[in-house]
Design a protein around this ligand. Structure first.
Ligand code: P6P
Length: 335
């Protein structure tokens, strides 16, 4: 392309998420396109949810539906809407055998034996941090993709795999722009929704998390009930000039840390003795992304998130995740 045309295009980024997905598929001789179709459904879901989130106050769909979800949290109207969007779009993809959602107590079997391609399981938190919606704060969608085990005695058994078995993980951040961050196991790539063309365009490839940054992210309101090692870490960090940033939506906090470095933690608390965050569709996908970008994600000293063998789809976990040396500083105070 000559410089004149380039000038006209203004150097526009012309690699869309769809093109990126097809590029990755072409690199894998065994790829049949099933995973690409599933990622396409997630991309469309992100665009639909973006539209719902941006219009929430105008369409009067803010606030709670008036009852708690399976997690014991006030279910927001947009939690339900976002969940329905994902279930419907993934339901239309032959390759999805079963899905698990933060909003559904039981997993949802989409295809029984013999029906469809049934290669993958998809787990998701449809709208993480949704309590931020009413105040126009950042919220996100988190997803995790595992291979479906056709030989499993029960389809739902395929869901209980360690995070290290994920074939893909990603999140969508509905912030000042809509950002789609994805890993297929060979690094982390970032896309931004361009509303003028209705497509996610690639803005960064093979993202690397800064090795260190004097910033931590934790709900210090729970400090008094943290195990003492975490309290010792906070004293150390404050003595060493660390700043504190906490949005209350893990996707927003971890997107900042992925780009600028730092450490996020949700320790055990009196209210959540096993930690608050869910292993399968919050900690595992975020751990894959952060590790793929050169970071660390641990549940305790020496225990990787991705090595935890799950026993239930909604189980919770403590989490310390972010820049490798910042995670090390936390762990040094826990032993
Ligand atoms: P707290 C949102 O509800 C969430 O699951 C994460 O996105 C977030 O980091 C955390 O919980 C916030 O919890 O107890 O600080 O409000």
């Amino acid at each position: 392309m000559n410089s004149g045309t380039n000038a006209l295009l203004g150097g526009a980024n012309l690699t869309t998420l769809q093109a990126h997905i097809l590029e990755q598929q072409q690199r894998n001789p065994e790829a049949s396109g099933t995973l690409s179709w599933i990622l396409s459904a997630l991309s469309i879901s992100a665009k639909v949810i973006t539209s719902k989130v941006r219009r929430a106050r105008l369409d009067d769909v803010l606030g709670s539906v008036g009852h708690e979800n399976v997690q014991g949290e006030q279910q927001q109207k947009l939690d339900v809407i976002s969940n329905e969007v994902l279930l419907r779009l993934l339901g239309g993809r032959e390759g999805v055998a079963i899905v698990a959602s933060e909003e559904n107590e039981e997993s949802v079997i989409l295809r029984s034996a013999g029906a469809g391609d049934r290669k993958y399981c998809v787990l998701f938190d449809p709208l993480d941090g949704s309590s931020n919606l009413d105040v126009c704060g950042g919220v996100g969608t988190i997803f995790s993709i595992l291979r479906f085990d056709q030989s499993a005695s029960k389809p739902e058994d395929s869901l209980l795999q360690p995070g290290a078995q994920q074939v893909a993980a990603g999140y969508v951040l509905y912030g000042s722009s809509t950002v789609f961050v994805l890993s297929l196991g060979q690094g982390v790539d970032m896309f931004v929704l361009d509303p003028s063309i209705g497509a996610f365009v690639r803005v960064a490839q093979n993202l690397r998390i800064p090795a260190a940054s004097k910033s931590y992210s934790v709900n210090e309101g729970n400090r008094r009930s943290f195990p003492v090692g975490y309290q010792r870490y906070l004293d150390w960090a404050q003595e060493h000039g660390y700043s504190s940033r906490y949005v209350g939506a893990m996707v927003a906090d971890l997107h900042r840390i992925l780009l600028k470095g730092g450490v996020f933690m949700y320790p055990p608390t009196a209210k959540a003795p096993a930690g608050k965050l869910r292993l399968m569709y919050e900690a595992n996908p975020m751990a894959m992304l952060i590790e793929q970008a050169g970071g660390k994600a641990l549940v305790a000293p020496g225990e990787r998130v991705l090595d935890v063998v799950p026993s239930s789809i909604h189980q919770r976990t403590p989490l310390v995740i972010g820049s490798p040396s910042e995670v090390d500083h936390v762990m040094a105070h826990l032993v």
